[in-house]
Structure formats: C-alpha cells, structure tokens
Design a binder for this molecule. Structure first.
Ligand SMILES: Nc1ncnc2c1ncn2[C@@H]1O[C@H](COP(=O)(O)OP(=O)(O)O)[C@@H](O)[C@H]1O
Ligand SMILES: [Mg+2]
Length: 255
C-alpha cells in the first residue's frame, strides 16, 4: 500500500514548550488512520504541522512522496490534502450546496468571460450535479438548500467533509469529527467516513472518544506529552499498557 502521508521526526516548539517531539507517522493510502491521546498531548499541533497551518521546527512532511514541509495551507490543499477544524468553519451565510460549489476547483466563475463561453451553462449544470452527488455521499442531500447555519453539529462536520470531497481531496484530516455530537450521530458520521474510505479516500482522524471511533480505525497512533507512545492495529494499541495507563486510566479516573 502506498504512503499518502509521512511525518518524519516532526518537532514543534512554542517558546520552549515542546508540543510535538520527533514524531514519525505514516498514513497508508485508503486507510482510516487514527491519532489518539489525552488533551494537550500535541495531536492538533501535529496535524497543523502536516497541513501547513504551522511550520514544523524540525522534521519533514511528505504527501505522496512530495516534500511539503513548510508549504502554505492552500498549496497543500491544492495537491489533495485537506483538513477540517475542531470547530467547523462553513460560510454560514451560504446554503449547504453553495458551500460545496464554492469549494470546487473550477466553479465556473469568470463573470466577464462567462456569457461568451458556450460551455459555461453546461459546466454549471455538471458542477451542480457533482455537488448533489457529494452531498448524497455524506448524507446531506435533503438539506441542500438550507442555510448552513441551520445544520446541527454532526451535519456541519459532514459539510466539512463534503467541501473536502468537492475540492478533489485524496487525504482528509479530521480533527475531532465526533467532538460534541451525541453517540448516535457520532456513529453516523463515522459510518459515512468509513463508506468514503471504501470508495478510495484516505482519512487521518484525531479523536478523543476512542471507544466510539476505534472500531472504525485500521491503524492507530497514540501520543502523550508530544511523543508517540504506541502504534499498530486498534487491538494492539488499546491493549498496550502504556496507552491504558496514560489515556484510558485517566478516563477511568474521570468517571
Ligand atoms: N499556538 C500555540 N502557542 C503556544 N502553545 C500552543 C499553541 N498551540 C498548542 N500549544 C500547546 O501545545 C500543546 C499541545 O496542544 P494541542 O496540539 O492543541 O493538543 P491536543 O490537540 O492533543 O489537545 C499544549 O500544551 C498547548 O497548550
Ligand atoms: Mg486538539
């Protein structure tokens, strides 16, 4: 299986605080790869270093064997690696379908040339049907004409995924996709993600609620205090005493 994403010895420091410490991860093509660990252990920082929101202090990031270290987010987006945020950021004034159309690479927007291009109407039609198809794949087709501000938390997360799909993403990083949603909706979100994986996409998912998300994962990386402490298939990682101690142990304490 091909490597979609490789983070090699990635380190990120903030004024002396080592948020991510020489971390190595590989995301294989067509997998649901999960990144777990307690709050503050560096998961979001690592994703930010991979997607260009932050520049790693040291180390390298490769996407489909291209060195993308230090690239700008829009450049990384353009080669097919997109991310969603912990808090979804739709254009709330727009409808659901307009959000998806807006994320397309060629939305047919050339106001002066448009009337001269015979193909223009055709392109618009095609984009519309592609956008509807994408909405169906994430379960939002019935809500296509609602303002995105009318969507619930789970639907907003799926809108983020839909925007990723419409941009032609091959790898989608989701930061806490089921954060703040009820267990039934969480299951629905992950089922959609799983189905998209079956269609050929690759996902890197940061998630705190491992009880719900781990059954969907092919491979898990566990972090603590900026470093990787375990990796492997879910069974192996969730039974690793180090993981139980730092992560599951804390959940038990909190109960
Ligand atoms: N922009 C920033 N400036 C300073 N410190 C940060 C910044 N972003 C994250 N941190 C710190 O880095 C550590 C890791 O944070 P984060 O990556 O958000 O953890 P997680 O996503 O695992 O909860 C935390 O101690 C956090 O306070
Ligand atoms: Mg985070």
């Amino acid at each position: 299986m091909k490597n979609m994403l490789v983070a090699e010895n990635v380190t990120k420091t903030f004024d002396g605080l080592v948020a991510v410490n020489r971390v190595n991860i590989v995301v294989k093509e067509n997998t649901f790869t999960m990144l777990i660990g307690p709050n503050g252990c560096g998961k979001t920082t690592l994703i930010n270093c991979c997607t260009g929101i932050l520049k790693p202090t040291s180390g390298r990031v490769l996407f489909e064997d291209i060195d993308i270290t230090g690239w700008k987010p829009h450049e990384i987006y353009r080669v097919g690696f997109v991310r969603s945020f912990q808090i979804p950021l739709p254009f709330i004034g727009l409808t659901v379908i307009d959000n998806v159309l807006g994320a397309m690479r060629n939305p047919g927007e050339a106001p002066f040339k448009a009337p001269l291009l015979k193909k223009w109407a055709h392109v618009e039609e095609e984009n519309m049907s592609r956008a509807m198809d994408i909405l169906a794949r994430v379960g939002l087709e019935k809500h296509w004409d609602l303002p995105s501000s009318a969507l619930g938390a789970a639907q907003l997360k799926m809108l983020e995924v839909a925007k990723g799909l419409s941009s032609g993403a091959k790898l989608i990083a989701l930061d806490e996709p089921i954060g703040g949603v009820d267990p039934a909706s969480a299951h629905e979100i992950l089922s959609h993600v799983s189905r998209l994986k079956e269609e050929g996409l690759t996902f890197l998912v940061v998630e705190h609620r491992i009880d719900i998300a781990a059954p969907f994962a092919d491979y898990i990386y566990a972090m603590e205090l900026g470093t990787l402490i375990s990796e492997g298939p879910p069974d192996k990682v969730l039974n690793d005493p180090k993981v139980i101690e730092v992560y599951l142990g804390k959940e038990v304490e909190a109960c």
